[in-house]
Design a protein around this ligand. Structure first.
Ligand code: PHB
Length: 174
């Protein structure tokens, strides 16, 4: 798989304040636990289809990503589509400096179809620095900087139209 293809994510506009986000949407976007597990409450089967897993250089990061990650000679890139009962629900892009890939965390380069959250949320050393909320046209996105034993990685998730996140909006009074 090559590192020179177009990124899976379209450009996202990151919000500087969160006051305009409907409460029920915010409840999804600020989910502190595993998004995969939350999705599993809304379908019979969650599947992850990797689109790209490879090392890239810092100049191949997206414009906004570099500001959230330390300098490294190379970064592990993982781009996936997550399906709920066969429908695309989420695009995920994870960027991991190679210095994070030490000890057991080297397993991050071998995830394949295993959802990232299964690895992260089984680790006792997982912490989150922040979640930023963004929009891509009518779609919601979030960006999380996480740490494993203090070592950073950046996960960006774009919620596709069939995602159950959009079902709640109709239920929420304006
Ligand atoms: C992944 O497996 O890379 C993955 C899974 C679920 C997410 C984000 C990323 O919400």
């Amino acid at each position: 798989m090559s590192g020179t293809r177009d990124p899976i994510l379209p450009p996202i506009e990151w919000l500087s304040e969160h006051s305009s986000i409907p409460a029920a949407v915010s409840d999804w976007l600020m989910e502190p636990g595993s998004m995969t597990r939350r999705f599993e409450c809304h379908c019979g089967r969650v599947q992850v289809e990797p689109q790209r897993e490879c090392f890239i250089t810092r100049d191949q990061l997206l414009a906004e990503e570099a500001a959230h990650l330390p300098h490294s000679e190379r970064y592990w890139l993982r781009e996936i589509v997550l399906l709920g009962d066969g429908e695309p629900w989420l695009l995920g892009r994870t960027v991991i400096p190679q210095e994070t890939l030490t000890g057991p965390d080297l397993a991050l380069v071998d995830l394949g179809t295993l959802p990232l959250g299964r690895y992260l949320f089984s680790s006792e050393s997982l912490t989150r620095d922040y979640i930023h909320v963004g929009q891509q046209k009518d779609l919601w996105a979030r960006r999380s900087r996480l740490r494993l034993a203090g070592k950073p990685l950046l996960l960006t998730e774009l919620f596709l139209p069939a995602s159950p996140l959009y079902a709640v909006e109709q239920d929420t009074p304006a």
